[in-house]
Design a binder for this molecule. Structure first.
Ligand SMILES: Cc1cc2nc3c(=O)[nH]c(=O)nc-3n(C[C@H](O)[C@H](O)[C@H](O)COP(=O)(O)OP(=O)(O)OC[C@H]3O[C@@H](n4cnc5c(N)ncnc54)[C@H](O)[C@@H]3O)c2cc1C
Length: 388
């Protein structure tokens, strides 16, 4: 294939697919290029859309971004369904954070105070209230924090729908981009492995950048290259099958001696248990560790004992694409070359809204009426935020 197009999106995980969906909506001409579409971190994620449970202290701006992004998911899910005619696995299943030790309960109380400060809804529950809301919880539960607006999406279902949509429109080129270089006429040429090069006016990099200097033009500032280099944060995660549908009704996030664990039940009767978190070197092993799997199962069965009866069907691992400050990288690197990556722990939650904002700024089409709040984030998400 040898094609020339307006936009090329490099990487077809949730980040690139969300950009592509908004380009499609804007009527733009584009191609997605990826040797293994949908097989990166997006394939292993738990798909939680959880601003209340995921926010950390002193992250007021991140809290605001998470909250707004969660609200956008309903709109995004409807867009995916109408354009792809496929399901998204978006579920409005509330979440409960639970504790079995006094010190951990204190942590939930502190978190609830922070939610009040951020205007995020959550409610502290007594031992009895927590177990009434979720009868599968261990009798050792001493209290909970109910977060009614922390929902989920089935990561694989939404990715499949998006890939089917773009395959049906012949928008996907299955190949690795080996270099991106500028042309004299102002456009870009992308060299591909085992395929003819592609040409375009605008490139949007939605792939984690482990060695950006190998891919990008040497004219880019060396400091910029350093700051857009992705920090791989490995996560082991398990998938169980609840054949008899007797598992938890709510999404559960337990804390025990300061260590967090989550249990995400799905309509499909899959139950996802996650996740470990380990900073690894760029070329480190990504095999799951026995100790990680042990911790995940131990913590999950401790808070919901009936999980012991479910089948363990998959042990997965993935790399969260982290940045220096854990905020995504969204913006222009050099005229015609953009980045939309580094969504770290929140790729499913954040990528739709950051993609909507980016595509609105690149086309005449306003893809999200309420995205004006993202102007506040332009400099915070800019790849130049550290350097200049
Ligand atoms: C265990 C775990 C649990 C998680 N749980 C959640 C969660 O509950 N909620 C949430 O919001 N987030 C979660 N995340 C984070 C989320 O999965 C990531 O932020 C998100 O998937 C990143 O998407 P991406 O498209 O940037 O990267 P990926 O999904 O990794 O996709 C990048 C794509 O780029 C392609 N690529 C790379 N190099 C090239 C190249 N040179 N040319 C062409 N293509 C290339 C790859 O083949 C790949 O398909 C979790 C992550 C992990 C690991």
């Amino acid at each position: 294939m040898h094609r020339e197009t307006n936009f090329i999106v490099v990487g077809a995980g949730i980040s690139g697919l969300a950009v592509a969906l908004h380009l499609q909506e804007a009527g733009a001409d584009f191609l997605l290029v990826d040797p293994k579409p949908g097989q990166g971190a997006s394939n292993v994620a738990a798909g939680m859309l959880a601003p209340a449970s995921e926010v950390n202290y002193d992250e007021d701006l991140m809290g605001e971004l998470l909250r707004r992004s969660a609200k956008y998911w309903e709109i995004f899910s409807a867009k995916v369904e109408s354009l792809s005619l496929g399901d998204t696995g978006y579920e409005k299943r509330p979440t409960m954070l639970v504790a079995t030790e006094r010190g951990d309960l204190d942590e939930l109380v502190r978190l609830q105070h922070y939610h009040q400060h951020l205007n995020i809804e959550s409610h502290l529950l007594s031992r009895r209230e927590a177990r009434e809301a979720e009868p599968t919880l261990t009798p050792k539960t001493i209290g909970g924090l109910y977060t009614p607006n922390d929902f989920q999406v089935d990561n694989r279902v939404v990715i499949d729908s998006l890939l089917r949509l773009f395959d049906s429109k012949q928008r996907i080129v299955r190949s690795l981009v080996s270099s991106v270089s500028s042309r004299r006429d102002g456009g870009w040429t992308l060299a591909l492995e085992e395929e003819s090069p592609l040409k375009c006016k605008t490139v949007i990099l939605c792939n984690p950048m482990y060695a950006p200097e190998e891919l990008l033009p040497s004219t880019l500032d060396a400091r910029l290259l350093r700051f857009i280099t992705t920090r791989p944060v490995k996560g082991d995660i398990l998938r169980l099958k609840d054949a008899l549908d007797q598992g938890p009704r709510l999404c559960i996030r337990s804390i025990r001696n300061g260590r967090w664990n989550y249990i995400v039940p799905r309509q499909s009767r899959e139950v996802v248990v996650g996740a470990t978190q380990e900073e690894i070197s760029q070329r480190g092993s990504i095999a799951a560790k026995a100790g990680g799997v042990l911790d995940l199962l131990f913590d999950a069965v401790y808070s919901v004992p009936m999980l012991r009866e479910l089948s363990l069907v998959e042990v997965g691992t993935g790399l969260r694409p982290g940045t220096y400050d854990n905020y995504p990288l969204v913006g222009e690197l050099t005229p015609g070359l953009f980045i939309h990556s580094g969504h770290y722990r929140h790729g499913f939650l954040l990528a739709p809204v950051t993609a909507a904002a980016l595509v609105s700024s690149l086309t005449d089409h306003k893809t999200y009426e309420d995205s004006s709040f993202l102007h506040h984030f332009t400099s915070i998400l800019s790849p130049y935020r550290y350097t200049f």
